[in-house]
Design a protein around this ligand. Sequence first.
Ligand code: AMP
Ligand code: MN
Ligand code: MN
Ligand code: MN
Length: 304
Amino acid sequence: MKLPWRSRPVDLHAFDPHRINVDLHCHSNLSDGVLEPELVVERAFRNGVQWLALTDHDELGGIARAQAQAERLGLGFIQGVEISVTWAGKTLHIVGLHIDSTHESIVRGLEQTRDGRVDRAREISVQLEKAGISDAFDGAMVYAGNPQLIGRSHFARLLIERKVCSDMREVFGRYLVEGKPGYVPHRWASLRDAVAWIRGSGGIAVIAHPARYKLDDLLLHTLIDEFLEAGGEGIEVVTSAHTRDEVRRFAAVARSRGLLASRGSDFHAPDESRCDLGELPPLPDSVEPIWARWGIGIAPVGAS
Ligand code: AMP
Ligand code: MN
Ligand code: MN
Ligand code: MN
């Protein structure tokens, strides 16, 4: 396995993987973030992130650019992706980390997943029209750095610009979640396929922001059973979507189900995101950081 050794000396805590500032979840304007990939990396670097994964939704187009910038700055970089999945009638997100973004398995799979976003956006626009919001498709497209990846966040930004709502939380709550006028259901990849694409391209699959899905214990453990069976290995424990209690809950879940723990801000935009790049608490000592798998924090920097 090729190890992504960083070239810059790290801090005194380098041999405790829990103390390294690793951020394994964020977005550029190739999906629904607002910054160019290079600027995401620069911001992470300025915020003291030592290892970063760019995880755009269903899209790998920002990775080479982000990686080149990370190399220029001497920041550790992990190739990543966040795949939209339909499971038990819900939309889940599965993050793929340490993938080879040129591998056929993931490239082909994501091509299929991206299909249909534009049609869905047209339907969202039709629904919003009925709710009194005109020309939302064209308006949202202006916000989509990558038209193929048009999604709800782009509509949300438009509705904020038009002062229909004042922030992301309000616009999702009033217009874009299930049961609201601008919500259009969509069939994404299956859990099994998403994990297979990630594994097929050398990566590790991680359940993103698990608290967001509002699963009771039975459904959560059914999900984890299927995820493990498909070859999934990790779960986000520390993420901007989790409260302190949720961090504790999912740390316990990671331990009891033998899952590796991940940490990621899910940063999208400077004025919008709940938490900036790298500005998260460390992982609890009780869990095994996923990055230890790649030697980060447990082996001397520069060794091979
Ligand atoms: P899509 O893939 O087009 O359905 O959009 C999903 C994206 O919308 C997520 O990745 C988040 O960036 C954003 N999102 C979803 N729910 C919310 C929410 N309640 N508040 C703010 N952003 C949200
Ligand atoms: Mn997003
Ligand atoms: Mn997500
Ligand atoms: Mn995300």
